[in-house]
Write a protein that binds this ligand. Structure first.
Ligand SMILES: O=C(O)CCC(=O)C(=O)O
Length: 361
């Protein structure tokens, strides 16, 4: 594509209603705080139009009131499931996961889910990385091992992938300093901050935008499978059971966003995507079948679950913003539960994890 076409395309895509709403909520900083030495201040954004299912749920519990266009169902949970009249197949279950469940999946999301054979965004660069969270906790450094006979200390990541030959190993900081500038290295904590996704069950191949059954994989862990089946129930076609076959785990840090997209690589769109939110509050945009349809913005909090099935599977959606600043982070209950587990707490105070579970076939 010629450069000018690309520029024109970008300008055109910013004109879509979805893109404009993304830009409205995306994190920007105040100009003056950017250049000064003071802490950067996030630009104030008007959140008055963002749908808040927490307050909707509270007022529904109190007096049965619902805003226009929203309906509530009792679907065998101890709380109502909310639906939108003009988006069939979309369901929102505020606070579906209790605090202990949230803590459990935050921990798994950081420890077992990114473990090989599950792939992460780091695979392309470093090959499979084992025990990233532990390495970050132990302040280790991932080092390119040019000499296989070298005496780097522990945690072998040496591997050969389809694309390249990799020999990266975690080692102690002092080993790297003693080797000087001759080796490529990156700290485990920087890699943890840069972790964007991991894939469970059938592995999703982002380069081909498809599931690749020939890639080595483990089944979705049974506890996650059972939870997804229970959560999927309100969105399942009558008499059918959800079969979780793949999950994508998204990790969001300060300023990260997930652009508007469709999840269209699964065979049967009558089956829901079960999407669980953990950690910092976020804004979710639910658009229509065209990027030109103005999306509806709603808050997603830790413990909330969204189901997208049927027609809702054809709707563009994305996450333009997470709130890591103290004013909006709202993770106090998690802080109390994780107070003994400082490394998890440190991570989740400024991050969000989304686990979305899919039936592929
Ligand atoms: O982070 C979220 O809540 C949405 C994730 C999502 O849309 C996806 O992974 O396809």
């Amino acid at each position: 594509m010629y450069g000018s076409d690309k520029v024109n395309d970008e300008v055109a895509s910013e004109r879509t209603a979805f893109r404009r709403t993304e830009k409205k909520y995306k994190l920007y900083y105040d100009q003056d705080s950017k250049s000064s030495k003071k802490k950067k201040r996030p630009k104030q954004v008007d959140l008055s139009e963002v749908l808040d299912f927490k307050t909707i749920s509270e007022s529904y519990d109190e007096n049965g009131d619902l805003p226009p266009g929203i309906v509530a169902f009792q679907c065998g949970f101890d709380r109502p499931v909310f639906r939108l009249q003009n988006c069939p197949g979309f369901s929102f279950i505020p606070g579906a996961l209790g605090i202990e469940e949230q803590c459990r999946w935050i921990k798994e999301g950081l420890t077992s889910f990114p473990q090989p054979p599950n792939r992460t965004n780091h695979n392309a660069m470093y090959g499979p990385i084992h025990d990233l969270f532990i390495a970050a906790k132990e302040r280790k450094v991932l080092v390119e091992d040019e000499n296989t006979h070298t005496s780097l200390d522990s945690g072998s990541n040496a591997c050969v992938s389809n694309e390249h030959s990799y020999k990266w190993k975690f080692c102690e900081e002092h080993v790297v300093s003693s080797r000087g500038k001759t080796c490529k290295s990156i700290s485990a904590s920087a890699l943890l901050r840069k972790l964007r996704w991991s894939t469970l069950g059938l592995q999703f191949d982002w380069s081909k935008r498809n599931y690749n059954a020939s890639l080595p994989h483990n089944k979705i862990p049974d506890a996650l499978c059972q939870l997804a089946k229970r959560l999927a129930a309100p969105a399942m076609p009558m008499g059918e059971e959800f079969h979780p076959e793949a999950a994508i785990v998204n990790y969001f840090g300060l300023g990260d966003m997930l652009g508007g997209h469709l999840d269209d690589m699964e065979a049967d769109w009558s089956k829901p995507i079960v999407s669980m939110s953990l950690g910092c509050k976020a804004i979710f945009l639910l658009g229509g079948k065209s990027r030109e349809d103005p999306p509806l913005a709603m808050f997603l909090r830790s413990g909330d679950v969204v189901l997208m099935a049927g027609e809702a599977r054809e709707c563009f959606h994305g996450v333009p913003r997470i709130f890591t600043d103290e004013e909006n982070a709202e993770i106090t209950p998690l802080e109390l539960h994780l107070s003994q587990e400082n490394d998890f707490l440190k991570y989740i105070r400024t991050s969000r994890i989304n686990i979305n579970i899919r039936q592929v076939f």
